[in-house]
Design a protein around this ligand. Structure first.
Ligand code: T46
Length: 281
């Protein structure tokens, strides 16, 4: 299980004549150390890391000089300054981290709770996003969240959602199990409901994709790409030979995303603010 990155303060022994910090297992170090390594001589401007660990626990201590550690965990992004040998940064599990702004004299000591294992590294940011994204049953939680999301002015506009009442929404939800022309999934990131995707107007040959991320803090991570790729796979599994979608013409991010996975505009079918796109499967 991943926990939030945390700064631990040590208790140095000594006085003005000199200091000593003790790093003992299960004391100042909150795990059993199996491996220790250090990074030094890093040239100016170099950024290291760019990965997360699936399970590894690590304690990073800058024993000389200073370094910044950029961390991404769930939806929070934080940069921790390690500029004293009296403090350490605890990284436990899936935290994307990058080490930057190494001072010339920086020595970054790392204690780890396991031996080196390349398979524990997630070095691709896209994979970091996909392993934390889950497509789950669209349940009452998503129903309630969708009410909030689709009544937000910006999202309502972006998704071209018409006005609807609570009652209409509930009827739609209660009818879902009986509908073979409709498929919908809730999207969770780090267990937090963030969006919805689905296929509608499903026939023997084709369907229409829809999807949105309702939690604005999660835009730009690549979750949308994973949603549409999964929808394409779902359509192929259903043996469909065509997917289509409607997107706002001025929503360039979305248009570019759909183009990048193979959707093409059909100008004859586009109208007003809406672009119609198609993908042959
Ligand atoms: C981390 C940050 C804070 C080994 O063979 N054994 C080891 O124990 C380690 C740590 C690395 N290596 C090899 C793997 C690479 O071929 O050393 C090379 C450099 O490793 P990497 O590019 O992963 O280095 P950093 O500075 O980006 O990351 C390191 C740690 O690898 C990583 O676990 O969390 O420091």
């Amino acid at each position: 299980m991943t926990t939030k990155p945390e700064i631990l303060l040590f208790n140095p022994k000594g006085d003005e004549q000199g200091w000593l910090v003790v790093l003992e297992n299960n004391q100042a170090v909150p795990f059993e150390t199996k491996r220790c390594y250090f990074i030094y001589g890093t040239k100016e401007g170099v950024v290291r890391g760019h990965h997360a660990h699936r399970k590894l626990k690590q304690l990073l201590v800058c024993v000389s000089g200073s370094v910044d550690i950029y961390c991404e965990y769930a939806n929070s992004k934080e940069t921790f300054k390690l500029d004293s040998p009296n403090k350490g940064l605890l990284l436990d599990g899936l935290v994307w981290h990058e080490m930057l702004n190494f001072s010339k004299d920086a020595v970054l000591l790392v204690l780890a709770d396991d031996y080196y294992d390349e398979s524990d590294y997630v070095r691709d940011y896209k994979e970091f996003v996909t392993i934390q994204t889950k497509f789950v049953r669209y349940d009452e939680v998503f129903l309630e969240k969708s009410w909030e999301w689709l009544n937000d002015r910006e999202l309502k506009d972006l998704t071209n959602t018409p006005d609807f009442t609570k009652e209409e929404q509930l009827n739609w939800f209660l009818n879902l199990p009986r509908r073979s022309d409709y498929f919908v999934k809730g999207v969770k990131y780090c267990d937090i409901p963030v969006g919805v995707w689905g296929l509608k107007n499903i026939t023997a040959n084709s369907a229409e994709y829809f999807g949105f991320i309702g939690e604005v803090d999660y835009w730009g991570k690549g979750i949308g790409r994973y949603m549409v790729r999964t929808a394409i796979k779902e359509a192929k599994d259903k043996k469909l030979n065509r997917l289509c979608l409607h997107v706002l013409k001025n929503s360039l991010r979305a248009v570019n995303l759909y183009r990048s996975v193979g959707f093409e505009e059909r100008e004859d079918m586009s109208s007003g603010r809406l672009m119609y796109m198609e993908l042959k499967l």
